[in-house]
Design a protein around this ligand. Structure first.
Ligand code: SF4
Length: 302
């Protein structure tokens, strides 16, 4: 057929050479024709009218005589790349094992062997991922033993924490220190962090979008430390990690599996400052943690 190119399996007819089309384009066109042949096209026709534009060869791909699911390739893209992509699409469907659906406790990808330093560097010293950056003085990343068996997770930094860049250093922090010491531990032996790393204005609870931005860093910290036990302090921390809207009073003091750790929710020390009788409940919770970790209560000095 004058002015047309016919390609049969194993046979590539010499196309009439249009002197206005660069030799390189001819080579590319030939590569595409071979590629379609490899896809199983028995015959391939393309009209090669005298062209005003250089894009006509690509348009030829739309006139394939057999259906091809792959989108028409462009001569601008390297044939081998498009060919391999098309080969993947043309391959018969293979039943791949499906990954189990993420549970409420597996919402963030795990990164193997990630260190706290890497996570902190990724967070950056001047994070602006959420609006809480506007009012903060310092980011409170977390503090303590990077190999701790016990991690405490609070809600967010308050006034003192914001100034010092350290978690739980105000009045509630002092009470937490007493709780830790009553368990026979020191602050340096545990790790302490929060759901959000910047102080919310007027110490309001962090909002959902702020938690969504910041908490992935917390999950990565918890994975990096991989403690035996995590104790969440208060409603926000407990609800966030357990993925529930239930009030903490409904699940306080119970063990949950959380990623590779056991998680127990208890009241926030700030709540205990306002409601001292609740200290007894918290002490019962901490005794469960001590039993899990094989800890003896600190002996009182006489
Ligand atoms: Fe970044 Fe977290 Fe601070 Fe938001 S709260 S600005 S995400 S460090």
């Amino acid at each position: 057929m004058p002015g047309s190119l016919r390609l049969s399996r194993g046979v590539v007819a010499d196309p009439p050479v249009d002197p206005r089309v660069p030799a390189e384009s001819h080579e590319k066109l030939e590569a595409w024709l071979r590629y379609f042949e490899e896809l199983g096209l028995e015959e391939f026709y393309t009209r090669r009218k005298p062209n005003k534009t250089k894009t006509k060869p690509a348009a030829a791909a739309h006139r394939v005589t057999q259906p091809v699911q792959a989108p028409a390739p462009s001569l601008a893209s390297p044939p081998h790349k498009a060919a391999s992509a098309a080969a993947v699409r043309a391959a018969p469907p293979v039943a791949l094992p499906l990954a189990p659906s993420p549970s409420l406790f597996e919402r963030v990808e795990r990164a193997e062997n990630e260190t706290l330093e890497v996570i902190q560097n990724h967070l950056g010293e001047d994070c602006t991922r959420c609006r809480l950056h506007k009012g903060r003085t310092r980011i409170v990343f977390g503090a303590g033993n990077r190999r701790a068996e016990l991690v405490f997770v609070g809600e967010g930094p308050g006034h003192d924490e914001d100034l010092q860049g350290l978690p739980f250093v105000g009045r509630a922090g002092k009470l937490l220190t007493q709780m830790i010491e009553a368990m026979g531990l020191t602050r340096e032996q545990v790790y302490i962090c929060n759901i959000v790393k910047c102080r919310p204005p007027q110490n309001r609870p962090p909002e959902k979008d702020e938690i969504a931005q910041c908490s992935p860093f917390l999950y990565r910290q918890l994975d990096a430390i991989s403690p035996k036990a995590i104790v969440t302090l208060g409603n926000i921390a407990s609800q966030t990690l357990l993925g529930t809207n239930k009030p903490i009073s409904q699940f306080r003091g119970q063990w949950f599996d959380f990623r590779n750790s056991k998680l127990l929710a208890t009241y926030h020390p700030a709540y205990l400052l306002r409601n001292p009788p609740a200290k007894g409940e918290v002490w019962k919770d901490l005794q469960k943690v001590m039993a899990l970790l094989g800890l003896e209560p600190k002996k009182r000095s006489r």
